[in-house]
Design a protein around this ligand. Structure first.
Ligand SMILES: *Cc1c(COP(=O)(O)O)cnc(C)c1O
Length: 384
């Protein structure tokens, strides 16, 4: 088997108990556990609204689409975003006929406030912030930039389940926060996500759009509703985006262990940092923002000879990953704006080391030793 990058960890008995409830009740779809999971998520995060969706991808798309409509943004208006992310983040912008304007990242691998400021134009409407690997980066400064310039803030929190900043779950400053509970994220269901709008009206729109645009309220509000349960209005050409009770059941079970799991992930990160200490010229770790208690979805490092390091680790049955390739390398983003030098650099030098609940201290020592042996070239001057 070797040591994989990710391995989802499930609290099997707890999950089965919650799923059993669904099967016995004969209710696996929308409602029931999805409502319970949304409630539990709101209590956990203290965000005012939470809509359980079938992926963070659709959640991101809905966030951009619904904010565009609400604020009357025009086609071609700009959203300042990071090029170093999973393509879901930026596809959400393109799908809404908006223009992604790439700003550079800083040493935390999150958006650089300095670079974001430089990208603001009269066509800017929002900033899309990705908490890379669970890190909050310079989120607080980005919040300030958004306030100063009247920009909406969208937080792609796909890596951030359980991340805290100064003791609180960040996100109440954002118009929308989107979480992923995909199988290899740090709160795995199997596939689903959560879309958390700050405004209840937008949450209500998302719920309609997430079920083909169907609006049941129109008829249920009338006095003879009892006779017309099957009637409904259709307000939008919507999508099928809502979550289901089986995914929510797994989420409910797993949420109880999220803080415990993230604490172990931080322990693993501490072990890596200890082992890699003294090798900074060859292997650079990523600083965690001050006050950030990271979910530690990822543990990333920079090396100068990535391909050799990857091959060496693979030859020992260790399978790291890469997060991410600069999105400007992909055809649909190639001509969008100026180059981002540090994102380009990271895209060519970054490795994600194995990070999951079944790693042991011995694994970390073994991986780190091989990494130190194989990272043979000094990192050149990094311009960030
Ligand atoms: C995984 C991921 C997504 C998409 O999540 P899904 O739930 O798989 O759709 C979006 N953004 C980032 C940064 C991700 O890592």
């Amino acid at each position: 088997m070797g040591i994989q990058l990710f391995k989802p960890h499930y609290e099997i008995e707890e999950c089965l108990k919650e799923i059993r409830d669904c099967l016995e009740k004969g209710w696996t779809g929308l409602g029931y556990k999805t409502v319970e999971f949304e409630k539990a998520w709101k209590e956990y995060t203290r965000l005012p609204f939470a809509y359980h969706v079938n992926s963070a991808t659709i959640g991101l798309y809905f966030a951009v689409d619904i904010l565009k409509e609400r604020y009357g943004w025009s086609d071609g208006d700009e959203i300042i975003t990071t090029p170093l992310t999973f393509v879901s983040t930026n596809h959400a912008i393109l799908k809404s006929n908006l223009t992604p304007v790439f700003a550079d990242i800083d040493e935390t691998l999150c958006l650089s406030p300095h670079s974001v400021r430089e990208k603001v134009t009269e066509k800017s409407r929002a900033v899309m912030f990705v908490g890379m690997g669970g890190n909050t980066g310079n989120y607080k400064e980005i919040v300030e930039i958004c306030k100063e310039n009247g920009l909406a803030l969208i937080l792609d929190a796909a890596h951030m389940a359980g991340t805290r900043l100064n003791g609180e779950i960040p996100g109440k400053e954002a118009e929308a926060v989107i979480y992923s509970f995909q199988a290899v994220k740090n709160l795995p269901t199997a596939d689903s996500g959560m879309l958390c709008f700050r405004d209840g009206d937008l949450d209500a729109i998302a719920r309609k759009k997430g079920w083909l645009g169907i609006n049941k309220d129109t008829y249920t509000r009338t006095s003879d509703a009892g006779n017309y349960k099957w009637r409904y209005e259709v307000d939008y050409v919507g999508d099928k985006a809502h979550g289901n009770s089986v995914m929510a059941a797994i989420g409910l079970a797993q949420l109880k262990f999220l803080d415990r799991d993230n604490a172990y992930r931080r322990q693993i990160a501490t072990w890596y940092r200890e082992q890699l200490q003294g090798h900074e010229e060859y292997i650079r770790t990523i600083p965690i923002a001050k006050g950030c208690e990271s979910s530690t979805h990822l543990f990333q490092v920079l090396v100068n000879n990535r391909d050799e390091v990857m091959m060496r680790l693979n030859s020992q049955d260790i399978f790291p990953g890469v997060h991410y390739t600069n999105n400007q390398k992909y055809s649909m983003y190639r001509d969008k704006g100026k180059k981002c030098p540090y994102a380009e650099y990271v895209s060519e030098h970054v490795i994600s080391l194995p990070m999951h609940m079944e790693l042991t201290y011995e694994d970390v020592i073994y991986i780190s030793k091989l990494l130190v042996e194989s990272a043979e070239y000094k990192l050149d001057g990094i311009d960030k």
